[in-house]
Each structure stands twice: as C-alpha cells, then as structure tokens.
Design a protein around this ligand. Structure first.
Ligand SMILES: Cc1ncc(COP(=O)(O)O)c(C=O)c1O
Length: 355
C-alpha cells in the first residue's frame, strides 16, 4: 500500500537524466504541509524568505501562519522578471532585510510561475542559484505545474527543472529543495499528495521525524500509485491536458489581443495568465481593487484582485483551465466590463511590466 514514494522516485529517475539526483528523499505529503514543515525545519520564527511578486498568494499562509517566517517580497524595480539581472533586485531586498536585522534563510521560486504561466530560462535559474550560494541561502523550488506545459509561441521559454541542472560549481546541491505535488498536473487535489525532493540528509531526517503528523491516507497512496504505475494512463491524461491548455491559451490570448488588453506574454505552462485591467481601478484609494472586483462580480465573474500581491495594482490572475465554452464567455464578459470603463475614461493608459 505504501510504495508510492518508490513509484514516484522511479518515475523521477526516468525523467531526470542527471545521475546526481538519483539519491533523493521522497516524502509524500500534502503540498501545503510540505511548505509548513520546510519552514519549520529550515528556519526559526521571524527569519526571512525572499520571493518575487506577483506570486501565488497562499504561499504567505503556508510559510507564515504557523512557522511565522517573514515574507520578504522582492520588487522587480523595472527589471525583467525572468532575466538573470533580476538577481540585483534580490540583492537589494536582502540588504534591506539585513539592515532591518532580519536573518534571511531561503529564497522561494515558483517555476512554472503562478500567476503568469511563464518559465524561468536556465541562465536566470543559474544566476539565482549562484546568488543563493554566495549568501548561504536555501533554494526552495515549487514545481507543482511541471507537467502542465504546452506549446505556445516560438519564443516562449520551455520549462526546465532545477533538478535537471548541473549544479557543480554553482551551489551545494544540499541547499536546493524541490517540491512537487500531483494535485495540478493530475487534477487530484483531494489526494493531498506532495513530494519533497532533496539531497540534504539533515532535512531528510527532520522530515522522517515529523512525517507521522502529515502522512496522507493509505487510500491516497494507493490511488497515487495506481496512477503513476499506469504509464499509458499518465501519457494520455497529461497529453490531453496539454492539448486543452494550449487551445485555451490560444483562445484567451487572441481575445485579449483583439481587445487591446495587456498581459504577460510568453506563457507556456500552468493554468493562468497575468492580466492588466488597471483601467478598471476606481481612484487610487485602498479599496480601489476591491471596487474593481465588484465590477467583475456584477458580470458574474469571480476575479480576485490583489490576491497574488502584484507589484502594481489592477492586475488579475485569469484561470484558463476551464471548459472552453465557459472560458470564452468569461473572457467576453471581462472584455465587456473593461470596454465600458475604457469608454468612460478614454485617457487611461495601461502600465507596462515586462516579463
Ligand atoms: C504554485 C502553487 N503551489 C502550491 C499550491 C498548493 O497545492 P495543493 O493544493 O496541492 O496543496 C498551489 C495551488 O494552487 C500552487 O498554485
């Protein structure tokens, strides 16, 4: 019943060609519990975690509600979010935190990136890893959308896991920890199955000690093993999902392009687009985003502004992994809402944030 870690490790060994990563620890836990346990194991209360924003908003709950880590959101400061140069933004946030007396312990990467669907180029990953190495930081790479990749444009960066990189001379591999869960790629969040992939022996033993509290049910293990052992099923499910995501991505980007609505281009993974609807902001008061949300709700749309902690207000995460008919109707309503306000305020210009 409990051989899921072995099954998952065998699958991983097949896709990760670097031999160095074959010595792994795989703990099967609920993905959010992994974050909580990782922060408990790697850091003390009030120590810091660096992460770029916009980013999946619930990281804040996972890393701070129990373990009380300080979330140190990094601003792009006009730099390209996915370019190696972004390391300078991490550097200034780190210096700022140190000046405030915060001991920074780790950097969190979300790759493929939620909420934009973009993936980090290898040279940027390496630059970030080098930065972490030179400051003695752990790197946590959340790769939960690793298999939800799909073709879009010729220039879109394809997903590369940090597990596939040659880390020799870059960073101590014992400081790099990858998280993967089945909930997104396989559409099974209810199974609560997540994996920590690390070669850090101290971390492995810490997880063994606290693991009993977090272990998912035997039933979850069983279903997870059945899925992963049936390679034909895996191929079909992932193939179909990629095809549908690709079609939906094309549909939504075409509609947004025609309407002249800005979004971060170059996505190639995950379920999202990061879209600029700041023309709908009502003034610049603290409730401007909330009022914007009300405009969408009046159209029967649930978009949650502010949740992904965007650097600039008025950006929303649009989920594209819906049934195509519903998705098309939803985007039509979004455009309708946007156009009404554009019409009333023809001078509003959208701000530009490059990927
Ligand atoms: C980037 C990212 N990490 C983690 C999670 C949490 O995953 P789970 O539902 O398996 O706990 C999500 C869910 O939306 C996510 O988008």
């Amino acid at each position: 019943m409990h051989h899921l870690p072995l099954t998952a490790a065998a699958q991983l060994a097949e896709v990760v060609s670097e031999k160095q990563w074959l010595h792994i620890a795989l703990c099967q836990w609920c993905h959010c519990n992994l974050f909580d346990a990782l922060s408990f194991a790697l850091a003390d209360e009030d120590e810091g975690l660096l992460l770029m924003r916009p980013v999946y908003g619930k990281f804040e709950n996972d890393f701070s509600i129990q373990s009380r880590l300080k979330m140190l959101y990094v601003e792009s400061e006009g730099r390209k979010f996915f370019a190696p140069d972004i390391v300078k933004s991490y550097e200034s946030r780190l210096a700022e935190a140190e000046a405030e007396g915060v001991n920074v312990k780790a950097l969190l990467l979300c790759n493929p990136h939620n909420p934009s669907g973009l993936c980090y180029p290898v040279d940027t990953l390496l630059a970030i890893l080098r930065f972490c190495s030179s400051h003695g930081l752990h790197v946590i790479s959340d790769e939960i959308y690793a298999l939800s990749t799909f073709p879009t444009t010729r220039t879109a960066v394809t997903f590369k896991s940090v597990l596939s990189l040659d880390l020799a001379g870059v960073i101590d591999p014992g400081s790099v920890h990858v998280l993967y869960g089945m909930s997104k790629d396989f559409g099974v969040p209810g199974l609560h199955l997540g994996s920590l992939i690390t070669r850090n022996e101290q971390l492995q033993s810490a997880f063994e000690d606290i693991g009993l509290i977090h272990t998912p049910s035997g039933l979850s293990y069983h279903v997870g093993s059945l899925i992963l052992e049936d390679s034909k099923f895996v191929e079909n499910v992932i193939g179909l999902s990629r095809q549908k995501l690709s079609e939906n991505y094309a549909l939504v980007t075409r509609m947004l392009d025609e309407a002249g609505i800005e979004y971060w281009r170059g996505g190639s993974a995950g379920f999202f687009l990061w879209v600029n609807v700041s023309a709908l902001l009502d003034g610049d008061g603290s409730d401007a985003e909330e009022k914007m949300g009300e405009k969408f709700r009046a159209q029967g749309l649930w978009l949650n502004p502010g949740v992904e902690r965007g650097e600039h207000r008025g950006w929303v995460r649009v989920i594209i992994s819906h049934d195509k008919v519903k998705l098309e109707e939803g985007i039509r309503r979004l455009i309708k809402t946007w156009k009404t306000v554009q019409h009333q305020n023809p001078c509003i210009e959208s701000s530009v944030l490059p990927p």
